[in-house]
Design a protein around this ligand. Structure first.
Ligand code: HGA
Length: 612
């Protein structure tokens, strides 16, 4: 959330800043802005809405030092006066994060005579640096002193008119990395923004501050009297520029839905031809640490928490370990009973999700050392802070509504299930081989489901004009119903709820009438007959049914009478949730297309939730 790009180089950096913002726009799109140190001194341009609006305001602008920002508002409405950069006394600041003590700082600054022109927390940082510069004229030192006063999370970039050719950046809690280019040094919230100039990147650690000039880079610690100088390794990013291009697709979400066979194949590459799963998939220490686990605690938010809920069914039934799934934003503030032998699994696409990261730390601080990260970004904070890790290889996910990250998380969690079951002596060789065979076939199976797109698009036309929708599932497909409802809400703005089908009679059945489409996830498993009875209850109340069945379900369609049935090509046993979520992704995508919403950038949302 919120994207930052900055550059101190020998040539014109305005095109680099704009291009970088375009790559970061998925992180926030309420407004965009930049500030550069050009021939005329400090120049700022801001625009409400998209980077394209900002671009139009930057014609003729040229400078070799600058900072830029794309915003997802937390404090102060999306409005031009709240757009970053914020300025004070000839300096400009961009910020990703939330300054929790900004009210106290603002009161102090107002008393000193500083005037505020926005409602943001960020503006306090600008004025604080201006105040520090009066005592300490060196920009890096003034920023460092300011950071010592900030509580909360931040990644910031600062330029000052009086100190041209220089950008100072710092981070605590929010992501920020540096780029080492041929013509200078750069900074950004993620690598995709910098691939245009370099692949050589440096990941700043929490509490780092960096002083960037075209020909020099100094990294120091924020805390401490002198700010100890530190060195951080330069690594070559493996991210390919093509991976973040839209190519033949109309939307990133569409591209990412269709990339799922490949994403799953890449994620499962390491189990390739193997006849057995090894704990080493989760890190060098995995056999020893996983063997100690007497239970599992899964921490996640949003779509990732739905992956965790599916894993609960898998791990309890196959590995025989008790599992709890907690919403990270709740767990981090809850008084819970720590269990040092519990395996803590943090799931996050970006590996930077603020609540999940805080929940992981909370678990660790409470004395739970067995931690495992399941993330899509190898260098992310959550991965670095966990004892064990599994990196899904979905490739960059740009669409705000998560799709391929979810299915690859599920693949990772199924592997974890098998490893835990094996360590506990609960997996026969034959079962292990059969599960692995099914996993290897997943890319092909998902491809076949994707081929149902025309039928699913036709269904979307039938209910895109509805105000509400109800999703039903049972057992390990209940979380899939939740995920289907979340996708529909996120991108089509149709209000959707999901229930375990057996719960209908305890309340939600009261909502069912002709105007309420009911979408059911109905695989051919041991709960099918129960689910069929629940569907009868819906039909008896006149509700229109859209049923995603699979082979052998024997659920007859009666389109004229409002019972629509689509059978998935294969029945897939325990891994069936990975197949059954795909039609729900497509259904939401097509409903959103019909409604004309901004599929990749739904209102009020953003990717990589790096704020609380
Ligand atoms: N608090 C700042 C930055 C918001 C942010 O980082 N969002 O992810 C603001 O509201 O402008």
């Amino acid at each position: 959330m919120c994207g930052i790009v900055a550059a101190a180089a020998t040539d014109n950096v305005v095109p680099v800043l704009i291009e970088g913002l375009k790559k970061l726009e998925y992180r926030g799109y309420d407004s965009a802005g930049l500030a550069v140190l050009g021939a005329e001194g400090l120049e700022r341009r801001r625009a409400l809405g998209r980077v394209a609006e900002l671009c139009a305001r930057c014609e003729g602008l040229a400078a070799s030092t600058g900072i830029a920002h794309t915003r997802w508002a937390t404090h102060g409405a999306p409005a031009e006066h709240n757009a970053h950069p914020h300025i004070s006394a000839g300096l400009a600041v961009v910020h990703n994060g939330i300054i929790e003590n900004y009210e106290a700082l603002k009161a102090e600054l107002l008393a000193q005579g500083y005037q505020f022109s926005s409602e943001t927390d960020t503006e306090t940082i600008a004025h604080l640096i201006a105040a520090s510069l009066k005592i300490q004229p060196d920009l890096a030192e003034a920023v460092r002193l300011t950071c010592q006063r900030l509580k909360g999370a931040y990644a910031i970039a600062v330029v000052a008119e009086a100190q041209p050719g220089r950008v100072v950046v710092a981070r605590e809690g929010s992501p920020l990395l540096l780029g080492v280019g041929e013509r200078g040094y750069y900074a950004a919230s993620d690598t995709s923004a910098l691939l245009q100039v370099t692949r050589q990147v440096i990941y700043l650690e929490n509490g780092d501050l960096a002083d960037l000039r075209p020909d020099s880079l100094v990294i120091r610690r924020i805390q401490g009297e002198a700010g100890e100088a530190v060195s951080r390794p330069v690594v070559l990013s493996q991210l390919s520029a093509d991976a973040v291009e839209l190519g033949q697709y109309r939307h990133y979400m569409q591209k990412e839905i269709f990339e799922q066979p490949e994403a799953l194949a890449n994620t499962l590459e390491m189990v390739g031809g193997a006849k057995s799963v090894q704990p080493g998939l989760f890190g060098a220490e995995a056999a020893r640490l996983l063997d100690q686990a007497d239970s599992v605690l899964i921490l996640a938010c949003g779509t990732s928490s739905h992956a965790g809920m599916v894993a609960r069914y898998w791990i309890e039934s196959i590995a025989g370990l008790p599992v709890t799934v907690e919403i990270a934003s709740e767990y981090r503030y809850r008084e819970s009973v720590p269990n040092p032998r519990q395996l803590v699994v943090a799931i996050s696409q970006s590996g930077e999700t603020a609540d999940t990261q805080a929940a992981l730390r909370h678990a660790r601080d409470q004395g739970q050392p067995l931690t495992l990260a399941i993330c899509n970004v190898a260098e992310s904070a959550i991965v670095r802070e966990s004892a064990l890790r599994f990196i899904t290889r979905a490739g960059p996910e740009i669409g705000v509504a998560s799709t391929k990250a979810f299915t690859t998380q599920l693949a990772a969690l199924f592997l974890l299930t098998l490893v835990l079951a094996k360590l506990r002596g609960r997996l026969s060789e034959a079962d292990e081989a059969a599960h692995l065979q099914a996993m290897r076939h997943l890319p092909v199976a998902v491809q076949k489901v994707l081929a149902l797109e025309p039928e699913i698009a036709a269904w979307a036309r039938r209910f895109a004009n509805k105000q509400h929708a109800l999703f039903l599932g049972r057992g390990r497909h209940y979380p899939i119903a939740l995920e289907g409802a979340l996708k529909l809400k996120e991108i089509s703005y149709i209000h959707a709820e999901a229930y375990p089908a057996g719960e209908l009679k305890h309340g939600p059945l009261a909502l069912v009438d002709r105007e309420m489409p009911v979408i059911a996830v109905a695989p051919n498993d041991h709960l099918l007959e129960k689910l069929k009875s629940n569907l009868q209850e819906v039909r008896a109340r006149g509700g229109e049914l859209f049923v995603f069945a699979d082979q052998g379900c024997q659920l007859p369609a009666d389109d004229a009478d409002g019972v629509h049935v689509l059978a998935l090509p294969e029945h897939y046993g325990p891994l069936s949730p990975i197949l059954h979520v795909v039609p729900l992704q497509l259904l939401s995508y097509h409903a959103a297309l019909i409604k004309g919403t901004d599929v990749d950038k739904p209102r009020n949302l953003a990717k990589s939730v790096t704020v609380e």
